[in-house]
Ligand binder design. Structure first.
Ligand code: ADP
Length: 270
């Protein structure tokens, strides 16, 4: 590996003394390369559904006198459009949080509310596969942050647990208090993640199996969003997984011990 330095020389007063500043450019070059890769990946990911849409539109036109075919291709167009919408939504979310800026208007958040809301939004997908979503653990835990971002993060974890699990399995969402932190885990009985991939899955657009991820509607950005939400809250996300038996993702966030948050609804978590 080579290291590049940018050197700047500035005069110090009038007696000929100079100040030499050497700045390591390696990190800057790495960041620049990551940015270029990201832009290339985004372009590719956007082109795929747009290409499919334009092909499907041509097919629909050619099949104009066959209403059944038109209906079928229009359905596929809808599917590709939904994929594009998901990708754009994920890109917007990621661009809001990956800059490392503090969360705009943080407040106390009741973890039970976050879990309930995330589960509510995943219920349809779970039922379609006969997957049971179960909650367990402590109640009344609080963190400090943005409830919408936390729901998005947890929802991505539950969505993945459903997408990468066989039918009629269980997904357990549990919360617990641990050394001044709150841990929320999502455990599945799914396909698991090969050990060598476990550290890379949080990178934008990294997928263990690209075909499978696309088939399940994945954008490849879900876990990158989870990671950035965790970091923005002063926490982290970790994974334990064994191929063939399942995965457990854990969001670990600093606990908030101040005034209690007002619960958004009065419905108890099931
Ligand atoms: P995707 O949209 O592809 O699901 P993510 O960023 O959410 O993107 O996840 C990245 C990759 O990590 C997935 O493509 C998949 O290979 C793997 N993965 C994520 N969650 C799970 C899980 N619960 N079980 C097995 N593999 C998973």
């Amino acid at each position: 590996d080579t290291t590049t330095f940018a050197v700047r020389v500035a005069p110090l007063g009038t007696d000929g003394q100079v100040l030499v500043l050497a700045e390591d450019q390696t990190e800057r070059q790495r960041v620049e390369a990551v940015r270029r890769d990201f832009v290339a990946n985004v372009s590719h990911e956007l082109k795929t559904p747009v290409g499919a849409l334009s092909l499907l539109a041509e097919t629909v036109m050619a099949a104009a006198d066959d209403p059944e075919a038109v209906r079928r291709f229009a359905g596929r167009m809808q599917h590709e459009a939904a994929r594009l919408t998901n990708l754009i939504q994920d890109l917007i979310t990621l661009s809001r949080i990956q800059g490392g800026e503090p969360i705009p208007s943080p407040a106390p958040v009741l973890v039970d509310d976050v879990i309930r809301e995330a589960i509510d939004r995943c219920n349809t997908k779970a039922s379609a596969k006969g997957i049971q979503l179960v909650t367990a653990g402590a109640q009344g835990l609080q963190v400090w942050g943005d409830d919408d971002l936390l729901v998005t993060a947890l929802r991505n974890l539950i969505d993945n647990a459903i997408a990468y699990s066989p039918e009629k399995t269980r997904v357990v969402v549990s919360s617990r208090s641990a050394h001044g932190h709150v841990e929320v885990s999502v455990a599945d009985q799914g396909i698991g993640i090969p050990e060598e991939a476990q550290q890379r899955i949080f990178e934008r657009f990294f997928r263990v199996d690209a075909a499978r991820s696309r088939a399940t509607g994945g954008t490849g950005l879900g876990l990158a969003i989870v990671k950035h939400v965790a970091v923005a809250h002063g926490g982290e996300v970790t994974v334990w997984s064994k191929e063939g038996s399942g995965s457990t993702f854990t969001l670990r966030l600093p606990a908030y011990a101040g005034e209690p948050a007002s619960s958004r609804t009065d419905t108890p978590v099931e």
